[in-house]
Design a protein around this ligand. Structure first.
Ligand SMILES: Nc1ncnc2c1ncn2[C@@H]1O[C@H](COP(=O)(O)OP(=O)(O)OP(=O)(O)O)[C@@H](O)[C@H]1O
Ligand SMILES: [Mg+2]
Length: 262
C-alpha cells in the first residue's frame, strides 16, 4: 500500500504544484514508484509543470465517465520510468467529481505505487476537503511571509480534525540573505509558530521558476534542497537544507551585501 500524501497550503501560489512535481521526481530517483495526482480541478497545471501535457490521452473525467481505466489515464514522466502523472483534465462545474469517486481512484493507485502524491487546490473549501479525505499524510507548504503563514495555520487547524498519520511542514522560497539580516523568519521559528514538524526548506531561486516543464539543473541549490527533502520524507533522515549556510561567516556577509545591492 502506498503512502498517500496531500500537498496543501491554504494560500494560493505558495508552491504546492512545484513541490508536488519535484517531490515526485526526487522520490522517483530513490527508486520508489510514484504517482502524482492533480486534484486541482479547474485550475490544473501539474501536467504543464511536469512537461507531459502533450502526452495526455485520458484524464480523471474519462475515468469517471467510464471511457478508460485508471491505469490507461496515467502519463509516464519523460525522465523517470517509475514516475507517473494522473491529469485532472476537463472537469467543469457541470461535471463535478465527488470525494468518494476520488477516493476510489486513489485507493486503486495505492495498490500500484509506493507514493500517491496529491496536488491540492488553493483555499480551504470543498476542493481542499476532497483532496485531504483521500490522503493519510499532509505536507503543508508555506512561504515565510505573514499572509501565507496565516493561511497555513488555518489549514493546519482543519487538517488536525482529519485522522492523518502525519502533518509536516515545508518552507518554500526561503532567502538565506534576508534571514541572516533579520528580515525573514528562520524556518525553525515558523515550525514553532505552526506547531508541526519541519521536514524541508527550499530556497527561492530563479532556476525553480524557469524549470517549469523541465527538471531542475543539478548545479542549483534547489536540486540539493529537494534531494534532502525527498530523503527526509522517504527515510526520515532528519536532514534539512540550510539556506543560511551560504550567507554565514565572512564570505557570507559579502554575499549578503552583494545581493542587497542588486
Ligand atoms: N522556490 C521557488 N523559487 C522561485 N520560484 C518559485 C519557487 N517555488 C515556486 N515558485 C514559482 O511560484 C509560482 C507558483 O508556484 P506553484 O504553481 O507551485 O504554486 P501553487 O501553490 O501550486 O499555486 P496554486 O495555489 O495557484 O495552485 C510558479 O511560477 C513557480 O515557478
Ligand atoms: Mg498549484
Amino acid at each position: 500500500m502506498a503512502r498517500k500524501i496531500v500537498v496543501t497550503s491554504g494560500k494560493g501560489g505558495a508552491g504546492k504544484t512545484t513541490v508536488t512535481a519535484n517531490l515526485g521526481i526526487f522520490l522517483a530517483k530513490t527508486g520508489a514508484r510514484v504517482v502524482l495526482v492533480d486534484v486541482d480541478f479547474g485550475l490544473n497545471n501539474l501536467d504543464v509543470v511536469m512537461g507531459v501535457e502533450n502526452k495526455i490521452v485520458y484524464d480523471v473525467a474519462d475515468i469517471l465517465d467510464g471511457r478508460c481505466r485508471v491505469k490507461q489515464a496515467l502519463v509516464q514522466d519523460n525522465g523517470h520510468k517509475n514516475l507517473f502523472v494522473l491529469p485532472s483534465g476537463s472537469l467543469t462545474a457541470s461535471s463535478p467529481v465527488s470525494g468518494q469517486q476520488l477516493k476510489l481512484i486513489t485507493e486503486s493507485l495505492s495498490e500500484l505505487f509506493d507514493y500517491v502524491i496529491l496536488d491540492c487546490p488553493a483555499g480551504l473549501d470543498c476542493g481542499f476537503h476532497r483532496a485531504v479525505a483521500c490522503a493519510d499524510e499532509a505536507v503543508v507548504v508555506t512561504t515565510p511571509n505573514l499572509p501565507s503563514l496565516r493561511d497555513a495555520d488555518k489549514a493546519v487547524t482543519i487538517l488536525k480534525s482529519y485522522r492523518l498519520n502525519k502533518i509536516s511542514l515545508v518552507v518554500n522560497r526561503a532567502r538565506g540573505d534576508l534571514i541572516m539580516s533579520d528580515k525573514m523568519l528562520f524556518p525553525k521559528d515558523i515550525e514553532s509558530l505552526l506547531k508541526i514538524p519541519l521536514i524541508g526548506v527550499l530556497p527561492e531561486e530563479d532556476a525553480v521558476f524557469l524549470s517549469s516543464g523541465y527538471t531542475l539543473p543539478k548545479s542549483c541549490d534547489s536540486y540539493k534542497a529537494y534531494k534532502i527533502l525527498a530523503n527526509n520524507l522517504h527515510k526520515n533522515s532528519g536532514k534539512i537544507y540550510d539556506v543560511t549556510a551560504k550567507y554565514s561567516g565572512f564570505f557570507g556577509s559579502i554575499r549578503r551585501s552583494i545581493k542587497r545591492s542588486v
